[in-house]
Design a protein around this ligand. Structure first.
Ligand SMILES: NC(=O)c1ccc[n+]([C@@H]2O[C@H](COP(=O)([O-])OP(=O)(O)OC[C@H]3O[C@@H](n4cnc5c(N)ncnc54)[C@H](OP(=O)(O)O)[C@@H]3O)[C@@H](O)[C@H]2O)c1
Length: 234
């Protein structure tokens, strides 16, 4: 139906790029199902939702917890959802080398950045299948690209490369059902993760990502697309 309000799930919506995406999609008239692992402490998100009560609903979701994802799945059960944005992510350290690498931390990064987007996607499958749009968006990073060879941040880089690969396979599997699965680079963004020296602010990133998400079709998704629409190497 043409005039139906579109809906989007955004993980890690309480700060950074997730919060800016929530603002951008709500402003564009979407119903945003904004998720946070500690919703009662998500002050900026609560303020935003209060100012835009029709368009933003807040849900509790720790993407790295099976129990939390299962509960979220039951909550959204048979509600159609047009777009899932896997945004939540962690970067443990840039300062890693063969001598100091913390493999426990490496595992935690893989769970949050690689395995959790798959778990959340599976939890939302029923809802996505009820939509005609069926988009799954992964906020990946150019740091996972095989053509960028530099040192440090082993866990983070590996987690994003693995996310890209896993989602490429799901794309192949689910294309026939009408799914569009995309891996996007948000730019180097001024957030807690990106730091103050980053290139762009969260609004520029979120507005760019919004345009890319709206226009990208399944045929264009076997690549990483940046927030400005440019295409990057896997
Ligand atoms: N900033 C950049 O330059 C940049 C560049 C490339 C890619 N990215 C990617 O963009 C995404 C957002 O990054 P950001 O810069 O906005 O980072 P950020 O400011 O550090 O925010 C990270 C978000 O992820 C959430 N999160 C982390 N673990 C979670 C979990 N287990 N369950 C639910 N939420 C969780 C955080 O929630 P809490 O507040 O509860 O911790 C927070 O909302 C990430 O996937 C990141 O890898 C960022």
């Amino acid at each position: 139906m043409e005039n139906q309000i579109k809906s989007v799930i955004i993980t890690g919506a309480n700060r950074g790029i997730g919060l800016a995406l929530t603002k951008t999609f709500a402003k564009a008239g979407y119903h945003v199902m904004a998720t946070a692992r500690k919703p009662l402490q998500a002050v900026a998100l609560i303020e935003l939702a209060d100012s835009d009560a029709h368009n933003i609903s807040i849900f509790k979701l720790d993407v790295a917890s099976k129990l939390s994802v299962d509960n979220f799945s039951k909550t959204i059960a048979d509600i159609p959802v047009d777009i899932l944005i896997n945004n939540a992510g962690i970067l443990d350290t840039y300062d890693s080398s063969i001598d100091n690498i913390d493999l426990v931390s490496f595992g935690e990064v893989l769970i949050t950045n690689t395995i959790s987007p798959i778990r959340v996607m599976r939890a939302a499958m029923n809802s996505l299948r009820l939509s005609n749009i069926k988009k799954v968006v992964n906020i990946s990073s150019n740091m996972g690209s095989f053509s960028r060879i530099t040192d440090g941040a082993h866990a983070y880089r590996t987690s994003k490369a693995a996310l890209n690969k896993a989602m490429q396979i799901f794309r192949f599997e689910l294309e026939k059902e009408g799914f569009t699965i995309m891996n996007l680079h948000p730019g180097w963004v001024k957030t807690d993760m990106g730091g103050n020296a980053a290139d762009i602010d969260v609004e520029t990133s979120a507005q760019g990502l919004f345009k890319v998400i709206e226009v990208t079709t399944a045929a264009q998704t076997n690549q990483i697309i940046s927030y400005d629409g440019s295409v990057m190497d896997f």
